[in-house]
Design a protein around this ligand. Structure first.
Ligand code: AMP
Ligand code: GLY
Length: 424
């Protein structure tokens, strides 16, 4: 198979790394990729949102399967464009990707399918939104309805914060048209879990679950980020609970989407909050999580590629994936200033040495290579240092031992990834 992965982050590096091990693979490209990905795939300088160029490339190179990593090309219709050109694409259509692209659409699907989620209301009028906040009080959660690169959610602990969020999202349009409407919802508390499945429109296959660390600082403080680290399995999410949530949050959404004539194909990610009243949906995403993807793929024993192809063929019900009985962890190394204003251009040394630590795998995200082969920071989240172990504690020790080998004074990481599972 000739495969094109789209994207340039740690998630896409992990996808390329996993796909590159497939005996079915004859050629792997990644657009645009990064210097880490270049070790396992040929990088093509086409941006993830340049859909016309990606279709042209796939046609010219007789690509058999396209695997988009991030949400933006999916919401922009990459799967529809590939399908129109006769190229299988492992991702939802634009209509199905609305599960991520519109928070209110996801909520409508949840309500229609009886999927438990926080109480919510959508507002196109900022004054009506403010009135609602005044009536409900804080804490309360304000979300831009559209895509905002993971930044359009404000968990407001005070009414003033909620008002400021409405000002910024709706009046100042901090996220452009994504803020033409907001969803305001009930504040939920509990442990968060990310649940993943492959879907072929009718059937779903469990990919597993992981816990992310969204806040930038140790102990879960500071601003929300794309994710500072993850681990799997998650002790509070027992296999029985995982199975129940798979039916309740994945199966039910899949059935509702099919019934509406917009079947969901691709990776479906349910972000859940384990509340005292049971698990509730926080959001759907139309893709793998980053850095959840990295830790899940480290545990995958089976060949990923035929499973991704089965998504397009509607053959998933014949599939079974096998997983290693290990613990996996991923620690994100970010550039100083992330998430607000990451500094770019600093030199990262010691990566080769760090990669020789046993049970460690390093995935690149925001890196760039100079002509003389040095690696520079070129984004917010720069690397995901992953490790496996017999226990989470052992995996964590390996990951931080590898990090200690990396010479990058301008970078930082959280020192407590996995703390919720290890605190007892
Ligand atoms: P999202 O971008 O939708 O994943 O939201 C970012 C983060 O905001 C989530 O991971 C949660 O930590 C938090 N969040 C979102 N919705 C709620 C809610 N209803 N109650 C509490 N926290 C929430
Ligand atoms: N790590 C969370 C996400 O990918 O949305």
């Amino acid at each position: 198979m000739r495969v094109l992965v789209v994207g340039s982050g740690g998630r896409e590096h992990a996808l390329c790394w996993s796909i590159s091990a497939s005996p079915l693979l004859t050629k792997l490209w990644c657009a645009p990729g990064n210097p880490g990905i270049a070790a396992v795939a040929e990088c093509v300088p086409i941006g993830a949102l340049d859909i016309a160029a990606l279709v042209g490339f796939a046609q010219d190179n007789e690509v058999d399967l396209v695997v988009p990593g991030p949400e933006a090309p999916l919401v922009a219709g990459i799967a529809d464009a590939m399908e129109a050109a006769g190229i299988p694409c492992c991702g939802p259509s634009r209509a199905a990707a609305r599960l991520e692209g519109s928070k209110s659409f996801a909520k409508e699907i949840a309500d229609a399918a009886g999927i438990p989620t926080a109480m919510w209301q959508r507002f196109e009028d900022a004054e009506a939104a403010r009135e609602f906040v005044r009536r409900r009080g804080a804490p309360i959660v304000v979300k831009a309805d559209g895509l905002a690169a993971g930044k359009g959610v404000v968990v407001a602990m005070t009414e003033a914060e909620a008002m400021a969020a409405i000002d910024s999202i709706m009046d100042e349009r901090a996220f452009g048209d994504s803020g033409a409407a907001v969803v305001i919802e009930e504040f939920l508390t509990g442990e968060e879990v990310s649940l993943f499945a492959l879907c072929d429109g009718e059937s779903a296959l469990l990919l597993g679950s992981a816990q992310d660390h969204k806040r930038v600082g140790d102990g879960d403080v500071g601003p929300n980020t794309g994710g500072m680290g993850s681990y799997s399995p998650v002790p509070v999410f027992s296999p029985a609970l995982e199975e129940a949530c798979f039916d309740r949050f994945i199966g039910a959404a899949l059935a509702e989407m099919a019934q509406r004539g917009t079947p969901y194909r691709g990776i479906l990610y349910a972000g859940l909050m384990l509340t005292e009243h049971g698990p509730k949906l926080i959001e759907y995403n139309a893709r793998f999580g980053d850095p959840e993807c990295q830790v899940l793929l480290l545990k995958l024993k089976s060949d990923l590629l035929p499973a991704l192809a089965a998504v397009c063929d509607g053959e998933l019900s014949h599939f079974d994936l096998r997983w290693q009985d290990t613990h996996a962890i991923g620690v994100v190394l970010a550039a100083r200033g992330y998430p607000d204003a990451p500094e770019r251009g600093s030199v990262i040394r010691g990566l080769d040495k760090a990669a020789t630590e046993p049970n460690v795998q390093i995935f690149h995200a925001g890196t760039e290579a100079t002509v003389d082969g040095r690696i520079l920071a070129a984004g917010g989240r720069v690397l995901t240092v992953c490790a496996t172990g017999k226990t989470l504690a052992a995996a964590r020790e390996s990951a931080y031992r590898a990090i200690a080998q990396i010479d990058w004074p301008e970078g930082f990481c959280r020192r407590d990834i996995g703390w919720r599972a290890l605190r007892t």
